[in-house]
Design a protein around this ligand. Structure first.
Ligand SMILES: *Cc1c(COP(=O)(O)O)cnc(C)c1O
Length: 404
C-alpha cells in the first residue's frame, strides 16, 4: 500500500490544503523520545507533537490500552454512556476541583464548550446583558470561530467575515487594565495560566489572584485553558495546582490522550447544571476508544513518580540551556515551567526561531517555536535523561551553526 506509492514531501503541495508548511522530512516511526524518518534518519524528540505525546511515542501502557479497547468497543454515540468514559471522568473528578466532566475531541472543542457554558450560565442567572468574555493578547484557544476570536492573535481570526461579538482583549499580566475592563457585563475571564503558543509566558501570581478576585466581585467565571499546560506538563497534574487560585471551568486536551484525540471540560456541579439535555454535544466526544487511552494516560501521569520526574527534567533542561548560552550568548532568558519551556532569543537573534528549528532538524533534533523569538521545548514527560543529554548536545551543534 503506502510502501509502493513513493510518497514524498513534494506530494503534500499537490494533494493537501496549503494551511500548513510541514518540514522536509517525513517521520514514519517513533519509540519513546526518538523518531525515524523515511530514510531511517533518527531524531531526538523535544517537540512531543506540541505537548501532546506526554509519554513519548508508542508507550507500552498506551499501546496496550489501544489494542485492548480496539478489540472491544470503539464508538457508541452519546445516546449511551460507556465504561471508559465513566472511569476517566471519575479519575478527573477525584484528582481536581471539578465535579462534572464533558468530553470532546480537541482543545478548541473543549474551549468552545467552556465559552458556551459560561455564556449560558451568565444569561440564565443574570440576564441577556452578561455575555462579555475578557481574554488576553497572544492567547491561543483553538481554531473554531468562537475560540479563535477569543484568542489574542487577530492574524488568526481576521479575514473570515463578521466575528462573534462580546469579546474584549487585554494585555496579559496587566492588573490595572483588567480592573478597568471587568464589569457586571463580564461573563467570563478566559486565560492560559501559562501562555504556550503566545511565547511561553507565565501568569504572574499577583495577576492570577486579581483575575479570581475581580471575577468573584462581578459574578464572572474564570476559565483556565490548560490544553497545553495541563496533564503533568508543569510538574503538577494541572498548572492551576501550582497557583493560588482555582478556576470555575478548566479545559484539557493535547496530553490527555498522549497522541489520541480527546479533550475534556471540567467544572462544578452548579455551573454544569446549565448545560441541560440538548444544549450542547458531540458525536465522538467521550467515545470508549479515546477514553480508554485517556484512562491509561491518567494512570501513568498522575503519579508522584512522573510529576516529580518532570521537575527533575526541567532542571536538566535549564542547566543544559544555560551551559549552551554561556558559550554562544543567544538567549535572554528561559521561561516557563516543568517541561513547557521557552528559550527567548536575545536582541541579536530576534525573529530567528525558525533558523534554530531548522538547524536542529539538520542535527537530528525536533524542537518547536512559540512565535519568532522563542524556541520551545515540550518533550515527553518521561523522556530518558540520556535522551535529554543527547538532544541538548545536538541543540548545541545547531546553535553553533546558526551563530557561526
Ligand atoms: C493547542 C491549544 C489549543 C487548541 O487545541 P486543538 O486540539 O488544536 O483544538 C487550545 N488552547 C491551547 C492553550 C492550546 O495550546
Amino acid at each position: 500500500m503506502t510502501d509502493n506509492m513513493n510518497l514524498t514531501r513534494a506530494q503534500f503541495d499537490e494533494v493537501m490544503v496549503p494551511n500548513y508548511a510541514p518540514a522536509a522530512v517525513i517521520p514514519v516511526r517513533g519509540e519513546g523520545s526518538r523518531v525515524w524518518d523515511q530514510q531511517g534518519t533518527e531524531y531526538v524528540d523535544f517537540a512531543g507533537g506540541i505537548a501532546v505525546n506526554c509519554l513519548g511515542h508508542c508507550h507500552p501502557a498506551l499501546v496496550a490500552a489501544l489494542k485492548e479497547q480496539g478489540e472491544k468497543l470503539w464508538h457508541l454515540s452519546n445516546t449511551m454512556t460507556n465504561e471508559p468514559a465513566l472511569a476517566l471522568a471519575t479519575k478527573l473528578v477525584e484528582s481536581t476541583f471539578a465535579e462534572r466532566i464533558y468530553f470532546a475531541n480537541s482543545g478548541a472543542e473543549a474551549n468552545e464548550a467552556a465559552l458556551k457554558l459560561a455564556r449560558r450560565y451568565a444569561i440564565d442567572n443574570f440576564g441577556e446583558h452578561k455575555v462579555e468574555v475578557i481574554a488576553f493578547d497572544k492567547a491561543f484557544h483553538g481554531r473554531t470561530f468562537f475560540t479563535v476570536s477569543v484568542g489574542g492573535q487577530a492574524a488568526y481570526s481576521d479575514g473570515f467575515g463578521p466575528k462573534p461579538a462580546g469579546i474584549t482583549h487585554l494585555p496579559f499580566n496587566d492588573i490595572a487594565a483588567l480592573e478597568a475592563a471587568v464589569s457586571d457585563n463580564t461573563c467570563a475571564i478566559m486565560l492560559e495560566p501559562l501562555q504556550g503558543e503566545g511565547g511561553i509566558i507565565n501568569g504572574d501570581p499577583e495577576f492570577l489572584r486579581a483575575v479570581r478576585r475581580l471575577a468573584d466581585k462581578h459574578n464572572a467565571l474564570v476559565i483556565f485553558d490548560e490544553v497545553q499546560s495541563g496533564m503533568g506538563r508543569t510538574g503538577e497534574l494541572f498548572a492551576y495546582m501550582g497557583t493560588e487560585i482555582v478556576p470555575d471551568i478548566l479545559t484539557s486536551a493535547k496530553a490527555l490522550g498522549g497522541g489520541f484525540p480527546i479533550a475534556a471540560m471540567l467544572t462544578t456541579t452548579k455551573i454544569a447544571s446549565h448545560l441541560k439535555v440538548g444544549t450542547h454535544g458531540s458525536t465522538y466526544g467521550g467515545n470508549p476508544l479515546a477514553c480508554a487511552i485517556g484512562n491509561a494516560v491518567m494512570d501513568v501521569v498522575n503519579t508522584s513518580e512522573v510529576l516529580d520526574g518532570v521537575k527533575r527534567r526541567e532542571q536538566l533542561f535549564r542547566d543544559g540551556l544555560a551551559g549552551i548560552n554561556e558559550k554562544y550568548h543567544v538567549f535572554s532568558e528561559v521561561r516557563g515551567k516543568g517541561l513547557l519551556l521557552g528559550a527567548v532569543l536575545n536582541e541579536q537573534y530576534a525573529g530567528r526561531s525558525r533558523d534554530f528549528l531548522n538547524a536542529a532538524v539538520a542535527e537530528g533534533l525536533l524542537v518547536l517555536m512559540a512565535g519568532a523569538n522563542v524556541v520551545r521545548f515540550t518533550p515527553s514527560l518521561v523522556i530518558p535523561e540520556a535522551d535529554i543529554s543527547e538532544g541538548l548536545a545536538r541543540f548545541e551543534r545547531a546553535v553553533a551553526k546558526v551563530t557561526a
